[in-house]
Design a protein around this ligand. Structure first.
Ligand code: ITT
Length: 202
């Protein structure tokens, strides 16, 4: 029998809380998740480091200054090696600041026009960092590998999902149920790993 341990997410996104809570419930985790109270009043953390992990660590340390509880911050995005790693850490604002998923997809398909085969390979990355009282407790990263399609397919998910074809399921991420996506996605895999290592550390 485990005692419950609380982990705050450095986010005001209730979709993210639902996604992570569903994964925690599946693995019967003793970690109880909640959105970090006061997160939306904090000045936005500038995610301008060159790697996902650095951004997640910076955001975790920054947001953990408003609580004595343990905080988890994440950063994620799509890396396309044939584009020199773009959109990368700029994934959310690839087309322009506050771009929609469709605008980012348009820019990505334009950048990949004429590219075939291996040049259309890409992968999603998720970095999770956990901080408490000014210290980093854990950093986890994981990835999901796929191929960027020429034409979007499916209406689920968000961001680049409609053009992210996942070969082992023969579907795009936008054609998966949320349970299927959680099983295979960069974020799902990183978060399950975090749930494995974290109970011993809190
Ligand atoms: P918060 O920081 O407010 O949580 P965000 O949209 O900036 O929201 P991330 O930094 O985690 O979230 O993700 C950056 C971008 O990477 C996101 O806006 C998408 O364009 C893309 N991305 C990340 N994970 C994705 C996924 O599972 N499917 C599709 N696109 C994804």
């Amino acid at each position: 029998m485990h005692s419950t341990k609380r982990l705050y997410l450095a986010s005001s996104n209730s979709g993210k809380l639902r996604e992570f809570s569903a994964i925690a419930a599946e693995v019967n985790s003793p970690i109880e998740l909640a959105l970090l109270p006061g997160f939306s009043e904090l000045a936005e953390f500038p995610e301008d480091a060159p790697t996902f992990a650095e951004n997640a660590v910076g955001k975790a340390l920054y947001t953990a200054t408003i609580t004595e509880e343990t905080v988890c911050a994440d950063d994620s995005g799509l890396v396309v090696p044939a584009l020199g790693g773009q959109p990368g850490v700029h994934s959310a604002r690839y087309a322009r600041p506050n771009a929609t998923g469709a605008q980012n997809i348009d820019k990505l398909l334009g950048a990949l026009a004429g590219k075939k085969g291996n040049e259309r390979q890409g992968y999603f990355v998720c970095a999770l960092a956990v901080a408490n009282m000014g210290r980093i407790v854990a950093v986890i990263t994981n990835r999901a590998d796929g191929v960027i399609l020429e034409v979007p397919r499916g209406s689920g998910g968000f961001g680049y999902d409609p053009v992210f074809y996942f070969p082992s399921l023969n579907r795009t991420f936008a054609e998966l149920s949320s349970a299927e996506k959680n099983l295979h996605s960069h974020r799902g895999k990183a978060f399950r790993r975090l749930l494995e290592v974290l109970p011993g550390m809190l």
